[in-house]
Ligand binder design. Structure first.
Ligand SMILES: [Zn+2]
Length: 473
């Protein structure tokens, strides 16, 4: 046995040497697991961009249970949770009874079964890195940060499947995941050598479905060198986004309508942890009579807060939540000059409040108007200006009426009145608008919005508009 292996090794070496003369591309790639080279009697081979390895690499090198069934020409590879079946010459794989397409076909070469290592390894929880210059395939076992301990309180419920429809990064190093029904990950796995953040999205797949992975290289950015995403596991269904980060890179996770944002920034710029949560307000069943006899109640809603900072202004190194709160406080002060208006705020400091609680607050207080203040962000930094959003028909008149006052207040470009299904203006019932005062991704807008005199003007003008709308002269 030993003898035949070494003869084969010699033969393959000779073959390699002859084959590689003058053809760098035909030099067989080397395989490494956690930095240790895996050797085999037959060289790995690259075909159509996929690395094919002899089956022994999977069993002896990687420790999986492997079966070969010659009649069906079927390979079965197993670990604790996953069973993978491949058939020679078929560009598909059966994973725990689900059939998926794969790019590379397993094949017989010189009587040896060669399998696409990446397609199989990733399904079994390995992460891959291809070092093109060295022609090296590096594999890493991904370990959860803490040993998985069954959670007795929350048994895993089969959740409806969410879909990721797009992943992109803007000029402010914010990676945005556009999705339907995907839950925000709690926190990423932190992997070393190279330093990476791996975000897992549970019960999530991609729409349209794709196999393999999408890899994006990022040049000249100290925060990251790139990111990639793939269907990491089918059971349980998990999509994974891995970001190759710099030594001093931190992140802030936030959410907006159908989007999850991962803002990368130097660790020094991470907003401080929110103070211990303030006792939640007891659910209001009967609205308190805090109207002071004023005929009108206006609820002002400063978007975001605390751990949910909203958009980031790179030029001002400040967060949207700060602008929203300042602007709301200015607006409140102006409105309160009129005793006929009872002004209430969903938040009056840097507190995190769920969207549902903002809606409930406005409903419980039987608000006559709901005004939500935000600032926007976009990956093209040239986009600038103020927008006023409404969603329900009973809010369009308020949006149309208020928008000129918004423009007078910000002094920014007119991007018009728009209809969009933001939750807070969709699920409230009174006339409700959401003002995107400007774009923090645009340096000019950001500078204006974080200027005290602009905020004063914004408060005064929007208050004037609200009073005029309520016919309070
Ligand atoms: Zn916002």
């Amino acid at each position: 046995m030993k003898k035949s292996v070494s003869i084969m090794l010699l033969m393959s070496l000779l073959f390699t040497m002859f084959a590689s003369v003058g053809h760098a591309a035909s030099v067989p790639p080397k395989l490494f697991l956690e930095g240790t080279q895996l050797l085999s009697d037959v060289d790995p081979k690259i075909e159509n961009g996929s690395t094919l390895v002899p089956l022994a690499i999977l069993s002896e090198g990687l420790g999986y249970e492997v079966e070969w069934e010659p009649v069906m020409k079927k390979v079965t590879v197993k670990n604790d949770s996953t069973v993978i079946e491949l058939i020679i010459g078929e560009a598909m794989v059966k994973v725990n009874d689900v059939i998926m397409d794969i790019a590379a076909k397993p094949q017989l070469m010189n009587q040896r079964t060669m399998v696409p290592v990446r397609a199989v390894g990733e399904l079994l929880g390995l992460e891959f890195e291809w070092k093109a210059a060295e022609r090296e395939v590096h594999m890493f076992r991904i370990q959860p940060e803490t040993p998985a301990e069954p959670d007795p309180v929350e048994p895993e419920q089969p959740l409806p499947t969410g879909y990721i429809t797009g992943v992109s990064m803007d000029e402010q190093s914010i990676i945005t995941i556009i999705h339907t029904d995907v839950q925000k990950p709690v926190k990423p796995l932190v992997l070393e050598n190279p330093k990476r953040l791996a975000f897992d999205f549970k019960n999530t797949t991609f729409e349209p479905y794709f196999n393999g992975e999408t890899r994006v290289e990022v040049a000249d950015n100290p925060l990251l060198t790139g990111y990639k995403y793939a269907q990491f596991q089918l059971n349980p269904l998990t999509a994974r986004l891995v970001i190759n980060i710099g030594e001093d890179t931190g992140y802030v996770l936030s959410e907006s309508e159908n989007a999850i944002h991962i803002a990368l920034m130097p660790t020094a710029e991470i907003p401080t942890e929110p103070e211990p949560p303030v006792e939640p307000e007891p659910p209001v069943t009967t609205p308190p009579d805090d109207s002071n006899g004023a005929p009108f109640t206006v609820v002002l809603d400063a978007g975001h807060g605390a751990k949910d900072p909203g958009a980031y202004s790179k030029s001002m190194t400040r967060w949207e939540k700060e602008f929203n709160l300042s602007a709301v406080l200015k607006l409140k002060a102006e409105l309160e000059k009129d005793k006929r208006i009872n002004v209430l705020m969903t938040r009056s400091d840097d507190t995190f409040i769920e969207l549902a609680d903002r809606i409930k607050f406005a409903q419980d207080h039987k608000a006559d108007l709901f005004i939500s203040i935000h600032a926007n962000s976009y990956d093209k930094t040239s986009v600038n200006g103020s927008e006023t959003y409404y969603y329900r028909d009973n809010s369009k008149a308020l949006a149309d009426f208020l928008h000129p006052y918004v423009l007078a207040g910000t002094g920014l470009n007119d991007r018009g009145v728009k209809k969009a299904a933001f939750k807070v203006i969709k699920e409230t019932t009174m006339p409700a608008v959401l003002i995107e005062a400007g774009y923090l991704s645009n340096d000019g807008d950001a500078k204006a919005l974080f200027t005290e005199s602009t905020q004063d003007k914004f408060g005064a003008e929007v208050a004037k508009g609200i009073k005029a709308y309520l016919k309070l002269k």
